[in-house]
Ligand binder design. Structure first.
Ligand code: CAO
Length: 415
């Protein structure tokens, strides 16, 4: 079966996490992704957090599936010539260098347009235009400047970053959508364009509900669904909400049987208005169905923590999986806190290709997260990441270089 992006050629100048997640997605959708790396070292993540000496790290392999790798020193004149040919030959250049690095290399937007006016140039940067546009940025900087850290954690504790890589992988997702959209527009305009995702913007986009809450707070001085509402004070900005739900249905994380020894024996429980009578019956508080202090969502707001404590009395008598089964019988929305071990071993995630086992010639089999976006006419096959420079020769000969020319480039350490 053909793939959605078959025929699209991507010049992949990305490194670390944000850019590589973007180009990996495009590769999974069928684009030919050519990863250009410096000879000798390659993407820094190949050597970071290694679990096996001398072998590409999981950090690298899990972000660079289905790509081809070419080594090239793009600061040397002969390397620049190869890069020029690649630019003429590809549809999209994706990069996440520090601000200005591409210009310093001699490949400004104007120069790229001269070489190939159809080329789309897609970039991840830490910040958009403004006071911080020249700064280098990693994941947690974006979480801190995009509103995530200030709103994550408990009200009486410090700001907290999330385990979800919303700055890096979140930006990669945003950029991939921008690229596909620019490719679509090119069908009518015939021209390339610049696509920019600033990591701060991507995180803020994912924290949209917190900007909603900021404005609610400024208008009303309180937010009734926040745990602080019943007995705390609100300041000028949105506080950390602990495990409160970000939506209109209150929720919290509750202990389950075994919580004393298992750090993940918890369940997320949502007191959805529609199922309130079922909740009351289940936890043995049938009187709350009609009690005016509990009968309506509004009446319950100042009592939420006491309500969650009552549900927790029930949930601690069941394992998280038993609680999930029982609550779902009554359509009560909930979710067990799954550990990474449980997720890695989950047969249903393996069956859908969300968790995939991949074989690698140097490290052997390993697990990765497959394509989370499923297209019925463009199924994803996850192929191992390339070794450094594995495809240099085939790519150069595809660009018209002879064996002798390739040998000379290698002797001169351009590739
Ligand atoms: N040949 C020759 N030179 C190359 C090359 C190649 N194939 N590939 C990269 N280089 C050069 C770059 O041109 C740059 O040179 P100059 O500094 O002389 O311009 C140099 O390598 C270093 O690139 P860099 O500054 O991007 O790398 P860094 O490790 O210092 O910084 C990072 C890394 C991520 C902080 C920075 O790239 C950045 O801020 N990127 C944008 C935001 C981003 O994507 N962050 C997410 C990273 S994942 O957490």
């Amino acid at each position: 079966m053909g793939k959605a992006l078959e025929g699209v050629r991507i010049l992949d100048f990305t490194h670390v996490q944000s850019g590589p997640t973007c180009t990996q997605l495009l590769a999974w959708f069928g684009a030919d992704v050519i990863k250009v790396e410096r000879a000798g070292e390659g993407d820094a993540t190949r050597g970071q957090l290694r679990d096996i000496a001398g072998v590409d790290s999981l950090y690298f392999t899990m972000l660079n599936h289905n790509k081809r790798s070419m080594t090239l020193d793009t600061k040397r004149p002969d390397g620049k010539k190869v890069l020029e040919k690649l630019i003429q030959d590809c549809d999209v250049l994706v990069e996440n260098f520090a601000p200005g690095a591409l210009d310093r290399m001699g490949f400004s937007w104007e120069r790229i347009q001269e070489l190939n006016p159809r080329m789309i140039v897609a970039s991840v940067k830490g910040f958009g235009p403004g006071p911080y546009e020249h700064c280098k940025v990693y994941e947690n900087v974006a979480q801190c400047t995009g509103g995530a850290a200030a709103t994550t954690g408990f009200d009486d504790g410090p700001p907290l970053v999330s385990g979800a890589q919303i700055g890096d992988s979140g930006s990669g997702l945003h950029l991939a959508l921008g690229i596909v959209t620019a490719l679509y527009q090119r069908n009518t305009t015939g021209r390339g364009q610049k696509v920019l995702t600033a990591m701060q913007d991507a995180v803020l986009n994912l924290c949209r509900v917190k900007l909603r809450d900021q404005q609610r707070l400024e208008r009303n001085g309180v937010m009734e669904e926040y745990p602080q509402f019943a007995d705390g004070q609100f300041g000028e900005s949105v506080p950390r909400a602990g495990n409160a739900s970000g939506g209109g249905q209150p929720g919290w994380i509750l202990k389950c049987k075994g919580w004393e020894t298992d750090p993940n024996a918890y369940i997320y429980f949502i007191a959805q208005a529609q199922v309130w009578p079922a909740v009351c019956k289940l936890i043995g508080r049938e009187e709350w169905i009609t009690d005016p202090d509990y009968a309506t969502p509004r009446a319950r707001l100042p009592r939420l923590m006491a309500i969650f404590a009552a549900v927790e009395e029930w949930s601690t008598t069941h394992t998280k999986f038993e609680a999930m089964d029982i609550l779902n019988k009554f359509d009560i929305p909930c979710g067990p806190i799954l550990s990474m071990k449980e997720i890695a071993e989950d047969p249903s995630l393996r069956a859908t290709g969300t968790i995939v086992e991949v074989d690698h010639p140097e490290r052997g089999p390993y697990l990765t997260v497959g394509n989370p976006i499923k297209l019925s006419d463009s199924p994803t096959e996850v192929r191992r990441s390339p070794l450094l420079g594995e495809h240099t020769d085939e790519l150069l000969s595809g660009l018209g270089y002879s064996e002798d020319q390739i040998r000379r480039l290698r002797e001169e350490r351009v590739i």
